[in-house]
Design a protein around this ligand. Structure first.
Ligand code: F3S
Length: 426
């Protein structure tokens, strides 16, 4: 790779051991990608130095626990270095434990202790503890053209497509190294040519609700995989929430990191601009039949008895929490069902202040922050059948935890929580 003087200084160790180890890792990574240079980044989102019970048992070397994990695991270093204060604007994405509802979540005291110790260390180094997969809902909103390094796939597709910022889906190692150096390899979505459309998607059926957007994303993600779809036929300006669910679904069934909706997303005013002269590699349509296929692929459950309802993947915005609280007001969920509503920690505080957390609690539900069942691997005990308004969660939970899942609208899911039965459908 062609390095600047600043990058050479880090690699030579003139900026200290931590920067040297981070640059060594980034150069190896960049060379593997055939990147020719780095771009500067001042917006990094990852899980730096985060530990868990497995890592605690695996890395038993003496020394400060945070330095040990950051050095040996994050930076793949063969020696333990002291992690210095982070000068690059950096935030911590979702974790595995809700510090308030950890017992309801089913976490062990030791898991809470490890999580909180890591959080204290990260915060002391200047890393913002957002603890969410939707950092753009909690104050981290990169601007158009800004180079970022983000690890969470649903946030990556949102940042690239909706905000026009530039990031690939990074890993823990590259984000932890970028937090120290402010550098990330210049490839893929950092480059103009990597952002051009490849597939044409003609939407021939009404796509209006959050659920519709989830189905559209789930369908096209499976077909285009990691390519860049360009959508035609969207007849309204979708909200942040719809685009959040759309991108997360497309990044789950496939690996979509970028899409264009001319007239909606910022980098393409029309289809010619979206494709930029790029050869169209594939065309697909999304009509009633395709919508049905996506719905059937997501809804594989056999029992309509619902033990558990999960709302908030990607983490809910405050208006989503308000909507759920309003639907539950004055009602009580079924004694056979549990309801978890997931949101960023900062938004739970707003929900607390506005009385939404209490409205949900009065109905028998719980507002959780920091994590979700797919990440924490915690579900209420004995759960067999889950209902969720998230295509992403319906995709992952059966594979990760062995439960069955129903996917539907937030109304279908709240109804399932109240009755203990699934009556959703399309
Ligand atoms: Fe977030 Fe968990 Fe979904 S961390 S994107 S709620 S899988």
């Amino acid at each position: 790779m062609k390095l600047t003087d600043d990058e050479k200084a880090m690699l030579d160790g003139r900026r200290g051991k931590a920067h040297q180890k981070a640059m060594e890792l980034l150069v190896r990574y960049g060379e593997a990608l055939h990147a020719e240079r780095f771009v500067d980044t001042n917006n990094v989102a990852g899980v730096p130095g985060t530990s868990n019970m497995f890592l605690e048992k695996y890395y038993t070397q003496p020394g400060d626990r945070y330095d040990v994990i950051y050095s040996l695991f994050d930076l793949d270093s063969d020696e333990i270095i002291e992690v210095p204060r982070i000068t690059v604007n950096s935030c911590h994405l979702q974790g595995g434990v809700d510090p308030e509802q950890w017992q309801t979540l089913g976490a062990k005291p030791e898991q809470l202790r490890i999580s909180q110790a890591g959080e204290t260390s990260a915060a002391s180094l200047g890393i913002k503890i957002l603890k969410t997969c939707t950092p753009y809902l909690a104050g981290n909103v990169p601007k158009q053209g800004e180079h970022c390094a983000c690890m969470e796939s649903s946030a990556v597709v949102y940042c690239n497509s909706v905000l026009g910022a530039r990031t690939n889906t990074e890993g823990r190692e590259s984000t932890s190294a970028a937090m120290l150096t402010g550098k990330i390899p210049d490839f893929g979505l950092h480059r103009d040519e990597g952002r051009l459309g490849t597939h044409h998607v003609v939407v021939e059926t009404a796509v209006e609700s959050v659920m519709d957007w989830g189905l559209l994303g789930y369908y096209l993600g499976e077909i285009v995989q990691e390519e860049v779809p360009v959508l035609r036929g969207i007849k309204h300006q979708p909200s942040l929430i719809k685009l959040k669910h759309f991108g997360a679904a497309a990044a789950s069934s496939g690996g979509v990191e970028m899409y264009h909706i001319p007239g909606v997303t910022p980098e393409a005013h029309d289809e010619a601009e979206a494709f930029g002269g790029h050869k169209i590699e594939g065309s697909l349509r999304f009509g009633a039949a395709e919508r049905r296929i996506a719905y059937d692929n997501l809804n594989c459950a056999t029992s309509r008895d619902i033990d558990f309802v999960m709302l908030g993947c990607p983490h809910n915005s405050i208006d989503q929490v308000w909507l759920i609280a309003s639907m539950l007001e004055g009602k009580r969920i079924s004694p056979n069902t549990q309801l978890w509503v997931h949101t960023p920690r900062a938004i739970r505080q707003v929900a607390d202040r506005n009385g939404y957390t209490k409205m949900i609690a009065d109905a028998g539900g719980v507002v959780m922050s920091d994590t979700c069942p797919a990440i924490s691997r915690h579900l209420p005990k004995g759960v067999r059948t889950v209902a969720t308004d998230s295509a992403k969660q319906a995709h992952y939970l059966p594979a990760i935890t062995g439960v069955e899942a129903w996917f539907g609208s937030v109304k279908d899911c709240v109804e399932a929580a109240l009755t203990g039965r699934w009556n959703g459908g399309i």
